[in-house]
Write a protein that binds this ligand. Sequence first.
Ligand SMILES: [Zn+2]
Length: 416
Amino acid sequence: MITIHDALILTPDGPVPGDLTVEGDRIAALATGNADTHIDARGGWVGPGLVDLHTHLREPGFEWKEDIRSGSRAGSVGGYTALVAMPNTSPAIDAGHLARFVTDRGREAGLLEVMPAGAITMGRENQALAHLDELFAAGVRVFTDDGDGVADAGLLRHAMEYLAERGGVVAQHAEDPGLGRGGHMHEGLVSSRLGIRGLPSLAEETMIARDLALVRLTGVRYHAQHVSSAGSVELIDEAKRAGLPVTAEVTPHHLNFDHSRVESMEPCFKMYPPLRTAEDVAAVGGALAAGIIDVVATDHAPHAEHECEVPFEEAPRGVIGLETAAAAVLTAIELSAIGFFQKMSVIPASIAGLASQGQWIEEGAPANLMVFDPEAVWVPERFASKSQNSPFRGIKLKGKVMATIFAGRITHQVSS
Ligand SMILES: [Zn+2]
């Protein structure tokens, strides 16, 4: 039995100060119990464990970067109790047995819930549809070729028709391969100054615009991944106003940094979509606060140290994010405790259909929780992830995960 003392508890009726007791894998009472383990929350927030819709766990195929166990460890340090694992592994998760492998490995690690996302096309090759039926039967609800956008509108339409009927979500890494070809950073003033080939915002916006037309046709639930530009925000806002079943995510790095960071030529500022202009950063932050962008997702993308010790153009795509996400979000924008847990847990859990995640704290609810001190200031240096490619290394952040509880067990706790 675990009692958390002196917390601001995020209940269905809003934040309530008090104590909380966990027994077995459930919340037993919003009161002190006869516990053998005590956590002093000191006025910190206790809310549902965070849920990430966009994690690269790299297993199978790239275990030197991360594996399901090490990625689960990084997630629990970051306050997460569930992750949706992207399917751009080797092999890609395009069939039922592969999805079950990911789920099973997650269960073996036992630190949080791992839900596999399925590929939309076989091998993510944009040639034929993946085994959507098998994937769905294996529990997959989020489908994406993440790493690439699905360029073939005909294939995407068929996937959308199939998944609209079943109730799946099409998640898109929106990047037109022609417009994006050869780009290493945002196409703009900084890329011209550095002489590095750029990738325009239009590569994202044209694909989202096309997809929204297909959503209108098929009625499928559509989720725009890592939205990075003001133009994309406008398209999503318009689609929502028109009543389309559309959601969107933004990453902590797109909330915090603009393309001027690339002047350092540090590979930990290379990601797709790239860091864009200060106006874009303001637009995605404003959209998150206003609910036009629904959730924060990390796009946690581990790469080993030796892979990053290369010129910027040759560096791999993406940065890690699980262990800094909660703090990086609060450092970038002001959120109430309710707003924070909505965007980091409640809404992501409902998009992915994770029934035992993202629930406000009450008696009988599953004990998937995190304790967060919103005032703590710290500087990240080393990470539990196998990879260390973080853009937040050495940067002062506000807000720290003090403890994480998954299925009634403490999976992370800061020693005091
Ligand atoms: Zn992506």
